[in-house]
Design a protein around this ligand. Structure first.
Ligand code: G1P
Length: 294
């Protein structure tokens, strides 16, 4: 049965991006001219997802408005004959069916995912995508993972090797490579100290999970940071040999952090037909004028 439902935990406060996120959702910060959340949505759509659940929270109304019609704006653009822009904003409202559920307490990622239980219903597997991770690749990361899921019939998490000193920002897997970039996960640890990390393979924000994760989440006690961690629930799947780590192909940006956000902005703009050439020569000039060196 194909995976058709995706859960987007979007209740996070975006503290790594304050003060920009004080009065607007971090998911609405634009990379060039498109909110970060739309890149993630587009990846899911291209991977065959047609049912979206946002696990949302206070101060996140802008997300609901963004993916809805804006009658006043659409009327204005029509009046002015700005048909290209009109099509652009209308398409966003029509791009998919989104459902919303409120995470009333910020108890952690595991808790956010557990809020999706009713919506996922009887589907055996569903996807979870975290908005801080933008992945650019010819074949969308989630689509790559679906192939692995179909082949193995197991849960799949995206993993990538990170510099050893950075492992404490991630869930980290302990696994055995059973095929090129395919890891049978034996265990996972949420945000370990580098000296305690079982590997340098970090979980990146893409998951294909079984609905059996919900009763497991019910039993999970607060872990790292006092939060209900999804990673701690995944350990149960690992114990039963039911979860695969997949080293995906593509460029990944952590846009929840100003450094990663800037990198993504520049690299995505360089790829654009309307901006890339000018921006490229501007950057080259800047590097020369300021004597910047890697
Ligand atoms: C979350 C997960 C972590 C994972 C990371 C990927 O952490 O808890 O296991 O490695 O996303 O981006 P967060 O970045 O929300 O603190």
């Amino acid at each position: 049965m194909p995976v058709t439902k995706a859960v987007f935990p979007v209740a996070g406060l975006g503290t790594r991006f304050l003060p920009a996120t004080k009065a607007q959702p971090k998911e609405m910060l634009p990379l060039v001219d498109k909110p970060t959340i739309q890149y993630v949505m587009e990846e899911a759509i291209k991977s065959g997802i047609d049912d979206f659940l946002f696990v949302t929270g206070r101060g996140k109304m802008a997300l609901e408005d963004y993916f809805d019609h804006s009658a006043e704006l659409e009327y204005h653009l029509k009046e002015k004959g700005k048909t290209d822009l009109l099509a652009l904003v209308e398409n966003i409202a029509c791009m998919c069916q989104i459902h919303y559920v409120r995470q009333k307490n910020p108890l952690g990622l595991g808790h956010a995912v557990s809020c999706a239980r009713q919506h996922v219903g009887n589907d055996p597997y569903f996807a979870v995508l975290l908005g801080d991770d933008i992945i650019v690749s010819d074949i969308p990361c989630l689509a790559q993972m679906m192939v692995v899921h179909e082949r193995t019939g197991k849960a799949v998490v995206a993993v990538r090797r990170v510099p050893h000193e950075q492992v404490s920002s991630y869930g980290v897997i302990d696994g055995r490579e059973v095929g090129k970039g395919i890891w049978e996960i034996r265990d996972l640890v949420e945000k370990p100290r580098p000296e305690d990390a079982p590997s340098d393979l970090a979980v990146i924000g893409r998951y294909i999970l079984p609905s059996s994760i919900f009763p497991i989440l019910d039993t999970i006690q607060p872990g790292h940071g006092g939060e209900i961690q999804l990673t701690d629930a995944l350990r149960h799947l690992a114990r039963d040999g039911q979860i695969i780590g997949y080293e995906f192909e593509g460029t990944r940006y952590d846009v929840g952090d100003p450094k990663g956000f800037l990198r993504a902005t520049i690299e995505l703009a360089l790829e654009r037909d309307d901006l890339g050439k000018d921006l490229g020569s501007y950057l080259a000039r800047l590097v020369q004028e300021r004597g910047l060196r890697p």
